[in-house]
Design a protein around this ligand. Sequence first.
Ligand SMILES: [Zn+2]
Length: 203
Amino acid sequence: MNRRSFLKNIICMGAGAAFLPGLWPQKQAEAAWNTARDGVRQDSKLGVPIRETDLQFRSLENRTTTDGIVIHHIGGTNRDVSAEEVHQWHLNNGWSGIGYHFLIRKDGTIERGRPMDMLGAHCYQHNWHTIGVNVVGNFMEAVPTSAQMKSAARLLAALCRFYGITPDRNHIKGHREYNSTDCPGRSLYNMLDGLVADAAELY
Ligand SMILES: [Zn+2]
């Protein structure tokens, strides 16, 4: 490389730096992440950080029995949807509001859906005795993030402790084990044994 083309490259690099994709967008991404973390508080019953949502439900019924947890995915889209967005979908279905009790976002943030002592709307014929946890994504195509799997294990362990549920595969099931559905997607379903083992270790 002669001096002239060397200088030319330096100048191009200099010009490029001004428009370098990633510098400013990364800051924006951080800001968005911090915004998404707003409202995260340690839940006094469960002892895990949960992003509180301010969802208004049409009507809710108490759940008197809790002896199981059902794992779901969003399906349909692999977008990092929020509890607020799913709440709106389920209201549009004519339901009382979001049917899941918890959502686990791609960055591992646990979000509050339906209050955990209320009857959910997530698993036909099994809402009366179960908590619904949705790991956000479409796991027929994608795989959960490691942050999601870590948070899921923490949440499952905390729920099992709180409700006195044995953290095993008899009590923690994928939606497809109860109903005819792909949910929670192939990859998450295949990771369920490991997830429950991780939860049992934290328990
Ligand atoms: Zn499901």
